[in-house]
Design a protein. Sequence first.
Length: 611
Amino acid sequence: MRKLAVEQLPDVCKELREDIVDELSVNPGHLASSLGAVEITVALHYVFNTPDDRIVWDVGHQAYGHKILTGRREQFCTNRKLNGIMPFPSPLESEYDTFVCGHASNSISAALGMAVATRDSASRRVVAVIGDGAMSGGLAFEGLNNVSSSPNDMLIILNDNDMSIDRAVGGMEKYLLKLDTNETYNALRFKAARWLHSKGMLEDDRRKGLIRLSNALKSAISHQQNIFEGMNIRYFGPFDGHNVKELVRIMRQLKDMRGPKLLHLHTTKGKGYKPAEKHATIWHAPGKFDVDTGERIVTDTSNEPPKFQEVFGKTLLELAQKNPKIVGVTPAMPTGCSMNILMKAMPDRAFDVGIAEGHAVTFSGGMAKEGLVPFCNIYSAFSQRAYDNIIHDVALLNLPVVICLDRAGLVGEDGPTHHGAFDLAALRPIPNLTIASPMDEHELRRLMYTAQLPGKGSFVIRYPRGCGVKLDWECPLEEIAVGTGRKLHDGDDIALLTIGPIGNDARKAIAQLEEAGGPSVALYDMRFLKPLDETILEEAGKRFKRIVTIEDGVRNGGLGSAVLEWMCDHGYTPEITRMGLPDRFVEHGTVDEQKRIAGIDIDSIKEELLR
């Protein structure tokens, strides 16, 4: 591509955009974000000497064009499929992928680390491309703070499309929309900086002083203060992020400029495909669609149970209508987690805080301290970023915050960066937390009702992505006694203890074994990881010589470990087999494929019970 003339690059962009649209119409993935970053992608690889120069993408779902340009065009049809190319950039897959970027806001910190590590290499350049609302994350600002104080020449490209998945929110996003810089001023400043540098008059201390002086003069003239330049980071923009020839010109000017600098680009999410431009949230990951008509190919789900997310959203509104203390909080995922249902009905009682999981939890803790009952909904994998906040700002005071962990367990095509694998094991040691996982939609509704009752303290409910098992999901809202499970099936040979929706697979496995004359298995739905139902455990310890536990979280530290500890502490010595996710990252594929790989699918359960 670098052999082409600049005038040919718009055609490259057009072809790249067509590739993305055509492929994602039949093999679903993250469409709108990658369409919006096409010109940035082409300009970066045209100007910079990749892979020797480092490009750190943030977030990864804007990087499909990058994958296609860097040797994976023929393999792109396998994107997100088992044994195919990875859903997000990863150095494990390509030398052009410099860092893992399944979550948001890490690019500036990672790129700064690379810039410092390679500062003795005069030829290597480091670029961070941060977009899709990732600048609202606290880690991005921690990185910016360090960028301004560490010697480096890195370039930060802010791909500003006023979006994350839903429309971006917060003061920072509004600030970016208003930010402006005069192009004539920047051109003059370019020339002055190059002249001073050529005369040896721009060493670091003097350069920083000149930056501060020029920033002060510009603020006085334009009556505008710039947060980036206030941190001694040169700011350029905003520019049109879809003018690839202009982007090449600007990047060439910035490429060899000393010191940290930020290039602010305005882009349109879904650019080049009208349906995606018009409804960027829907077309973030639209599933299959007809390229010509723009019609999404939606499977008829009228005879299928609703998604857990839909049940959550409708139940939350139902509870909020009865309990005026209930509020909703989500970090940038109102549509994905169905918090938008409450937002539409009661906009003053639902808060989208942007991509800021730690803040979401502490914000919820502050509201709970003053008498409200926040339902804080975070995708399980993303809640890992709020671990300290859960401990320090919620559990320590046993505040009545209901932390709803969406997408718990295996999530399918998004792969290991998005699996909700660690929540049970990570949260179990924390005092004051009640931790529960519903087996079906009825249990989800009852647990949500229970969690908002007075005196329940800090409460965690984790549930999976996708559909449940109940067509008649609208059951009465009834309290479940905390720390109680239930026996679903009696048996004599083996006690099978499960938590969460994996219990439905266990029930099917037992039914198939019974038909085949297999062992007699008692099935217990534990419901709570903490506190455990000690009545069930005592019964299992006394009656059975063999106990099997199953969970859709990591095997080490979760339900199985908790049962082992309890049996040991109480003097019971059954043979215990723990089934769960292995001590390795499970790669992308369908959920059924991942269950089979992890050994927790129905056939694996039957084999273990027979063994």
